[in-house]
Design a protein around this ligand. Sequence first.
Ligand code: PMP
Length: 391
Amino acid sequence: MPALSPSLTDITGGGSDGWEVFMRARKMIADGTPVTELTIGEHDIRTDPSILAAMDAAARGGHTGYAMVPGITALRAEVARRVQERTGTPTSIENVMITPGGQSALFAAHLAACPKGAKALFIDPYYATYPGTLRAIGAIATPIKTQAEDGFQPRAADIDAAAHGAASLLINSPNNPTGVVYTRAALEGIAEVCKRHDLWLISDEVYDTQIWQGAHISPRTLDGMAERTLVIGSMSKSHAMTGSRVGWIVGPREAIAHLTNLATHTTYGVAGFVQDAALFALKQGRSFEQKIGAPFKRRRALSVDILAEQNVVKMIPADGAMYVMLDIRATGLSGDAFANRLLDARHIAVMPGESFGRAAAGHIRVAMTIDDAAYAKALRALCAFAATLCE
Ligand code: PMP
């Protein structure tokens, strides 16, 4: 075989990709050992039957041909209306492109914002695919560490110090893996740095409907930011439609026009019947989104109560999303060692904090994605295991 291009082979950057515990858990399950899996950010429910019915009706009604590349007009209009209603920032159909999920939107947005060889900044801890996405577009993936002691809120001064030679900054609030929701002050600091250094801000807001405390602020609403912000949205988390692969980019018209050009030469759009289903789902409004988020809200409250029963494991205040980040540094183990030993000793699989960057070392990410009783049992077992390490 001829050599594969480094554009492809350099994406993963070599070395550990942080998924070893997950793969080991899957192998144990395949070999017949039951494992409680708290690893993956996916709901324990499937896509609602009413959404599937809308998808089925659209497909059988003939919406199976090529759909318009930037998205069907009705869905773009609905996304624009929803964004404007929720943020107050004027948004029209020309500001919206529908994408095959948030993941491809992240790739496209960085291709739009970041010339080859420029620095693409992102906040550590981060969603595990970020560095690979940035490397895939030829940027120099540059993490900016946050501190557990700051509740993982980014500091503007740290971003400012790294901004020379950068073209973009990627942020994610509510955050995966930490569940942290960025404060207005943190976002205002970020906006100032972006303006000062003429950076694009890529704001990954795929968890924007999952807020358990406080409020979600889209940085696109901040003064002077609409013209330099690309917002990443998705139906995956808000509507339990992970497999449907439908999301969007909201940004300046000119950027969306060029991004449409990119889509014409790469994805050629999103299946029409999937877009019809997404439109149906969005039209169900906030109460539907609350229903999808309710289990995580309940389990987060459960986590607070269970963590309060002991003092070895500490919980980073999780204000949103479907994860809790736990500080296990009192055990003296790294997140990686703890996760591996927990899997062996108690058959519970969690993600080591190190899978999400250096800032989350000594932490583990617990996905609240199993039913309440099993979740509570697993979390208690995890805390009991941590206590044995301190004896
Ligand atoms: N951003 C974040 C922070 C995520 O956690 C995920 C999925 N785990 C995505 C983007 C991508 O989601 P999707 O492609 O399903 O929209």
